[in-house]
Unconditional design. Structure first.
Length: 504
C-alpha cells in the first residue's frame, strides 16, 4: 500500500509566488502606467512643436519665378497651373489683409486671390505696436524694412492688444473661424506676414487660368512625429526590463519543472523539485514531487517484493534437494538439474533486485575507455572481442551500472555470436554504443521481447547456452535509468547489433 507523501520544503510566500493571473495583471497595469507617465513627461518637458509656416516673401518669390522655392526651415513651395479655381474660405479681416499684402507684392488685384487653409484661418499679419504701421522684413539684399499693411488695433480687432498669431490672447485663428493650436512665439519685431499649416493659394491669370502655390507633399518626420517616436522609444526602453524580469520569473520555474521531469526519467531517485514561481507552478511542482515519491516507493516496494519471494523460495528448494536423495539415480539427476536451474534463477533475481535498489552514485566517466576496459577483460579470458577507436565522450552516469550494461552485451555477443566488435560515437546529440556479433541473429518478432525478464529466444538463445533471461532486462533497465534506451537490429551482413543511446 502506498503511503501518502508530502513534498519537502516550505511553501514560498511573496509577490513571486502570487497567482499567475495577478502577476500578469500587475505587469499590464505597471506597463500602462509607465507608458502614460513617459508620455506626460515628454509632453510637459519638451517645448511645443513649431508650426509649418510660410512667409509672404517666399510665396511671392514662388509666384514670380514659377519654380519650387525652399522656405527657411527647409520646406518646399511648388507652383503649378490649374484650369479651375479652388474653393477659397470666406474672407475675414486677417485673410483680406494678407491678400492685400500679397497683391501689392505681385502687382495684381486682391479679388483674383483665393486661399484655402486645411486647418482653418491660420494667417498672420504682424503689428509692431498698437496703432503703428507694420514693418515688413527686408527682402534679400535690402537694408531696412518696408511699410506694410496696418490695422487700427492689431490683428485682434479694434483696440485689441498685439497678438503674435493673429487673434486675441495670442492664439492663431481665434475669431470667426474658431480656435487653432498655439505655435511658439516668434520675434515680432523682425517677422513678416506668413501662413502656417497646409494651404493652397490660387492666383487668377489674365487668360482665366489659375496658378496654384502650395507646400510640396513629402514624407518627413515632423516634430510631433518625432515626439511620438521618442515616447515609443522611451516606453520600450523602460518597459522592456519589466517584461524581461516577468518573463524570466515566469519561464524559470517552468524550465526547472521540465528539467525535473527529464531527470525523473533518467534517475527516479533524483532530488525533488524546488518549490518556486507562481501559485499555479508551485502547485504543479508540489504534485510532481508527490508523484515522484510515490513512483519511487512503488518501484522499491515491487522490487523488494520480488526479492522477498525469490529469497523465500530458497528454503523449499533446499528441502527438495534433501528429499531427492532417496529417489532413484536416473530421476534424482533430472530433479537436481531442475533445482540447480531454479537456484540460478533465484540468484539472478536477487542480484537484479540488489542492483536495482542499490543507491546510484553518478560521476563523470568516459564511455570509450569504459567499453575498452570491458572488451579487454573479455579478450583476456579467451573471447574474440575488439574495440574500434572512437571519439572521447564524457557522460554523467553510474559507473557500476554502465559497466554491467556493457558486460552483459559483450557476454551475450560472445556467447551467442562467437565474436564481438564494439564502438562509441555521437549522433544527434546522443552518445551511441554499438556491440556487433557474428551469430545467427534473432527473429524480427522477438527483437523487443528479449528485453522482458526471463524471456529466452529459442533455439539460439536458450538454457543450454546458459542464462535465464535477465541479462538484457538489466541492460534496458540501466539504459532507461540514464535517460536512454537500447535496441537490437539484425545486420544485413549477418549477426546482431545492440545499440545503446545515452544523453550527455
Amino acid at each position: 500500500m502506498i503511503e501518502s507523501v508530502r513534498a519537502p520544503g516550505p511553501r514560498p510566500r511573496g509577490p513571486s509566488s502570487a497567482p499567475l493571473f495577478v502577476q500578469a495583471l500587475g505587469l499590464v497595469i505597471v506597463t500602462l502606467v509607465a507608458a502614460q507617465l513617459i508620455a506626460i513627461a515628454v509632453v510637459f518637458t519638451l517645448p511645443p512643436p513649431p508650426p509649418e509656416f510660410y512667409r509672404l516673401s517666399e510665396i511671392t518669390r514662388a509666384l514670380k519665378t514659377g519654380q519650387t522655392v525652399q522656405s527657411r526651415d527647409g520646406r518646399a513651395l511648388v507652383v503649378r497651373p490649374r484650369s479651375k479655381p479652388i474653393r477659397g474660405l470666406v474672407d475675414n479681416r486677417r485673410r483680406s489683409e494678407f491678400k492685400t499684402a500679397l497683391a501689392r507684392e505681385i502687382g495684381t488685384d486682391p479679388a483674383r486671390i483665393e486661399i484655402d487653409v486645411d486647418t482653418g484661418p491660420r494667417f498672420f499679419v504682424r503689428n509692431q505696436k498698437r496703432n503703428q504701421p507694420q514693418r515688413l522684413p527686408p527682402r534679400d539684399g535690402e537694408a531696412g524694412g518696408r511699410e506694410g499693411p496696418r490695422g487700427p488695433g492689431g490683428p485682434g480687432g479694434p483696440g485689441g492688444p498685439p497678438d503674435n498669431f493673429g487673434g486675441p490672447g495670442g492664439r492663431s485663428g481665434d475669431g470667426p473661424d474658431g480656435p487653432a493650436h498655439r505655435p511658439p512665439r516668434l520675434d515680432l519685431a523682425r517677422e513678416e506676414p506668413f501662413i502656417f499649416g497646409d494651404f493652397k493659394l490660387a492666383i487668377q491669370q489674365d487668360d482665366g487660368r489659375w496658378t496654384i502655390v502650395e507646400p510640396k507633399p513629402a514624407f518627413r518626420f515632423d516634430s510631433w512625429q518625432q515626439r511620438i517616436l521618442l515616447i515609443l522609444a522611451l516606453s520600450v526602453l523602460c518597459v522592456s526590463p519589466l517584461a524581461w524580469l516577468f518573463a524570466r520569473r515566469l519561464s524559470g520555474p517552468i524550465s526547472a519543472f521540465a528539467g525535473a521531469a527529464e531527470r525523473l526519467g533518467r534517475d527516479p531517485r533524483a532530488a525533488p523539485l524546488t518549490l518556486s514561481g507562481s501559485a499555479e507552478v508551485i502547485a504543479a511542482s508540489n504534485a510532481f514531487n508527490m508523484m515522484q515519491e510515490r513512483l519511487r516507493r512503488y518501484v522499491e516496494d515491487r522490487t523488494a517484493m520480488i526479492g522477498a519471494v525469490a529469497h523465500d523460495l530458497r528454503t523449499p528448494l533446499t528441502r527438495l534437494r534433501f528429499r531427492i536423495e532417496a529417489t532413484p539415480d536416473d530421476i534424482r539427476a533430472k530433479l537436481a538439474s531442475d533445482i540447480d536451474q531454479m537456484e540460478a534463477m533465484i540468484a539472478a533475481t536477487m542480484a537484479f533486485v540488489r542492483d536495482t535498489t542499490r543507491p546510484a552514485e553518478r560521476t563523470k566517466l568516459e564511455l570509450a575507455s569504459l567499453l575498452e576496459s570491458v572488451i579487454d577483460e573479455a579478450a583476456e579470458t579467451g573471447g574474440q572481442a575488439v574495440v574500434e577507436r572512437g571519439e572521447k565522450i564524457i557522460i554523467d552516469g553510474d559507473p557500476v551500472a554502465l559497466r554491467r550494461l556493457l558486460t552483459n552485451l559483450v557476454d551475450n555477443g560472445l556467447k551467442y555470436g562467437g565474436s564481438v566488435q564494439g564502438r562509441v560515437h555521437v549522433k544527434d546529440r546522443l552518445a551511441v554504443i554499438e556491440i556487433d556479433d557474428d551469430g545467427p541473429g534473432i527473429a524480427p518478432t522477438e527483437l523487443d521481447r528479449v528485453f522482458e525478464p526471463f524471456f529466452r529466444s529459442e533455439p539460439s538463445r536458450n538454457r543450454e547456452t546458459g542464462g535465464i533471461g535477465l541479462g538484457l532486462a538489466v541492460v534496458r533497465s540501466v539504459a532507461r535509468a540514464h535517460g536512454g534506451d537500447v535496441t537490437l537490429h539484425n545486420r544485413p551482413t549477418g549477426g546482431l547489433r545492440a545499440r545503446v543511446e545515452l544523453p550527455f
